[in-house]
Design a protein around this ligand. Structure first.
Ligand SMILES: [Zn+2]
Length: 339
């Protein structure tokens, strides 16, 4: 049934059901936690629980998934339900989207129960958008439920943090994620799923990308190329852009692929720096050992640190939604120069 779609957060489900039972649901919540742990899934189920029109739902504290309200929420056509996020081509959350949402929320519920709104990508609020949102919290419309979704409470204005109830989502247990990957058909068995999770630092979305053999091939070729003396930065830059860009339409997926490639590079550079300092870096793939050693032996420590610095900067820029191709080309240029 409905809450069963939420994996690995059973305690939170139970505590929300308890809060609803006692009629103590807050007007506004801020959900935070690592990406990919199911915060949005949870928010949608919570909204459905409040809007479901099956009489048994208010006893079970779980949506039926079958009444017309539940069906309309799934189709995003319910008049009392809104779900917004940052548009693909924007770096900051546009204020007009927020104004629109707030004015809708102030209306009386069309179907008579509640109004619910889910606002994803709250990390990208600028002050203007945040203040617009805050105004609606000063006098929350009755029967309304607002859920903000972000990754870290520190990325919100203190005034937002103080007016929303903060709910922290922990990372999912590895067993839950592994079972998920097998269920999705991404990995053939639990062992293979665990290996993907290790390579992706327990990030589900990245583990899915890593299940594609082409991703593993790119990783191997790129890291081997980077560790060569006089690395061919133009060739590496092209490889990187091709990996992020080729055959992919949605820019969010491109950014995710670029971020994964940068994670490969950052982990690799860290391993080389640790090796230079006499440490034994944990390697996600034992095949990395040779290239890590080569890089540690051929590039001076200050140059390695500069390379790491530039890679972290590029990672930040990808997160800030700057022009992908420019970031990646500038990065490989800088890496080539430093090496
Ligand atoms: Zn229902």
């Amino acid at each position: 049934m409905s809450w069963a779609a939420v994996k690995g957060h059973e305690k939170l489900v139970a505590s929300f059901q308890n809060v609803i039972r006692r009629g103590r649901l807050a007007h506004a919540y801020l959900f935070v936690g690592p990406p990919g742990v199911g915060k949005k899934r949870f928010a949608v189920e919570l909204a459905k629980t409040m809007l479901c029109e099956d009489p048994a739902a208010s006893v079970r504290l779980e949506a039926c998934d079958q009444c017309s309200a539940c069906v309309q929420i799934a189709a995003l056509t319910h008049p009392d339900y809104q779900q917004i996020g940052i548009p693909e081509d924007k770096h900051e959350f546009p204020i007009d989207l927020m104004q629109d949402l707030i004015s809708h929320l102030a209306l009386k519920p069309a179907r008579g129960k509640h109004r619910a709104a889910i606002v994803d990508d709250a990390d990208t609020f600028n002050d203007e958008t945040a203040n617009c949102f805050l105004k609606s919290l000063e006098e929350p419309p009755p029967m309304s439920l607002l859920i903000l979704i972000g990754t870290n409470p520190d990325r919100q204005l203190p005034t937002i943090r103080s007016r929303c109830q903060l709910i922290r989502f922990a990372g999912l247990p590895e067993e839950v994620m592994a079972a998920h990957l097998v269920q999705e058909g991404v990995a053939p068995a639990l062992d293979a799923a665990r290996q993907l999770l290790q390579l992706s630092s327990r990030n589900l979305a990245d583990a899915r990308l890593l299940a594609d053999p082409a991703t593993r091939t790119f990783r191997r070729e790129f890291l081997d190329g980077l560790s060569q003396p006089n690395a061919d930065s133009v060739g590496l830059g092209q490889k990187l852009v091709k990996f992020a860009d080729e055959g992919v339409k949605e820019s969010a997926v491109k950014r995710q692929r670029a971020a994964l490639a940068l994670k490969f590079v950052i982990d690799f550079l860290r391993a080389a720096i640790l090796t230079q300092n006499g440490g034994q870096p944990p390697l996600a793939d034992p095949q990395d050992a040779k290239a890590v050693r080569r890089l540690a032996e051929s590039v001076p420590p200050d140059a390695l640190l500069r390379m790491l610095d530039r890679s972290l900067e590029a990672d930040y820029q990808v997160g800030r939604r700057l022009q992908l191709v420019l970031i990646l080309e500038a990065l490989t240029d800088a890496l080539g120069q430093a090496a």
